[in-house]
Design a binder for this molecule. Structure first.
Ligand SMILES: [Zn+2]
Length: 400
């Protein structure tokens, strides 16, 4: 489900989330709202339990007035109330579902990983797997599943976050599945579903390398290749939720077959499945991509050729992103071994050769090795945002 944002209250809550503990007057300065408006909104948040007042900061300096000492008014600081809600964030990966339980302030409570017997399932099977993973993680953490306030789900593919409709996902056998509503029908609390790369971008913004940066891109490389676009501090995913599909831009006419059903897509050369497939064409003894990486490290010429081609295709995609967006930062996110075998000086040189030439350095391109649970943390951040918006919607009887 998706809740329309109430911008006034949302800005105040974002200000407390990003800068808290924070005084009301500082919120007014950060948002441009009057102190009276900030006082009214924070009073609502206090009553709803979303925020708490901190124990008083040290008293303000003593002021001298007409020879008499007078104590200044002590400052009261506000912060999020972590205990307000518990949420579950899930990342549906190729071989497992990772779950991260957090409180409303984003502090970790527990993480859990449930293996999947098969990577591609019928929608009702995947729905039950997701709920089973949530139930097992709550069980392990000693938290009743009924006490969850929201569930956030990150999944690869093209997802309309407004409706929870999945146009296509490598995790689902069928196309055009109303996965969000199906999950909502069996879940004990509101469910928010989104593209996994978008949720990684959200996690980078809130907890990772992009804190304080408002225009950045995250390229995710694992089984497939994804992209998260944050512009002006907001995720951009397109009209139908089908934007940011870097993995499916065409890098070769009539090229290698892609898991999306088309040919010549970027991820048909760069995704882990594609690297393995290309290496198997040279040597059918490979069972998984780690063996290809090990062979390349040992100097195997065929494995190195496969990785060099993947690196060149990745450079083509990243140079296109630079040429279109000119962002403050590009993050390459993925598992350690995959990023380590694609991110090197040759990649940089290739990107530099294809980026538009100006007399200024390229924006930084930085690798970030996310563990599985941290992808799930992006989904938890999405659930926190969702539950906050639901509460704000209930508060919003009059616009601020
Ligand atoms: Zn494709």
């Amino acid at each position: 489900m998706r809740v329309k944002r109430d911008s006034g209250r949302t800005q105040v809550l974002d200000s407390i989330r990003n800068s808290g503990p924070i005084a009301r007057i500082e919120i007014a300065e950060a948002t441009g709202f009057s102190p009276a408006t900030v006082t009214a909104i924070t009073a609502e948040f206090l009553q709803a339990g979303l925020i708490v007042e901190m124990p008083l900061e040290s008293p303000a300096p003593v002021e001298q007035k007409q020879g008499q000492a007078r104590r200044g008014r002590p400052r009261v600081l506000l912060r999020l109330n972590g205990a307000a809600h518990v949420v579950a964030g899930l990342n549906v990966a190729h071989r497992s579902i990772c779950v991260q339980l957090t409180d409303f302030a984003g502090s970790d409570i527990a993480e859990f990983e449930m293996p999947l017997a098969q990577p591609c399932m019928a929608a009702d099977t995947l729905g039950h797997m997701i709920l089973m993973a949530v139930a097992q993680s709550c069980d392990r953490a000693g938290i009743p599943i009924q006490s969850l306030s929201a569930i956030g789900v990150g999944i690869a593919g093209q997802i309309n976050t407004e409706t929870g409709f999945v146009h296509w996902s490598p995790s689902l056998k069928a196309r055009n599945v109303a996965l969000g509503p199906q999950l909502q029908a069996i879940a004990p609390c509101p469910v928010f579903i989104g593209n996994d790369a978008n949720l990684v971008a959200k996690a980078e913004h809130l907890f990772g390398k992009a804190q304080g940066i408002d225009d950045f891109l995250v390229v995710t490389i694992e089984h497939g290749v994804g992209l998260g676009i944050v512009l002006g501090g907001r995720l951009y995913s397109g009209l139908r939720g089908c934007g940011a599909e870097l993995g499916h831009i065409k890098v070769e006419f009539d090229g290698a077959p892609c898991q999306c059903g088309q040919r010549g897509c970027l991820e048909a050369y760069v995704g882990e499945y594609a690297i393995l497939r290309a290496a198997q064409a040279e040597n059918d003894a490979y069972d998984d991509v780690q063996q290809v990486f090990a062979a390349a490290d040992a100097g195997d010429a065929a494995a190195r050729k496969v990785l060099a081609r993947a690196r060149h295709m990745l450079a083509t995609g990243i140079a296109s992103l630079l040429n279109i967006f000119d962002p403050q930062l590009i993050i390459l996110a993925g598992t350690r071994s995959t990023i380590a075998h694609l991110y090197d000086d040759a990649l940089h040189k290739d990107i530099t050769g294809m980026a538009v030439k100006v007399d200024a350095p390229l924006p930084p391109i930085e690798p970030h090795h996310w563990a599985g649970a941290l992808w799930a943390k992006g989904a938890a951040a999405y659930a926190i945002e969702g539950v906050a918006q639901l509460t704000i919607r209930d508060l919003a009887q009059s616009p601020v």
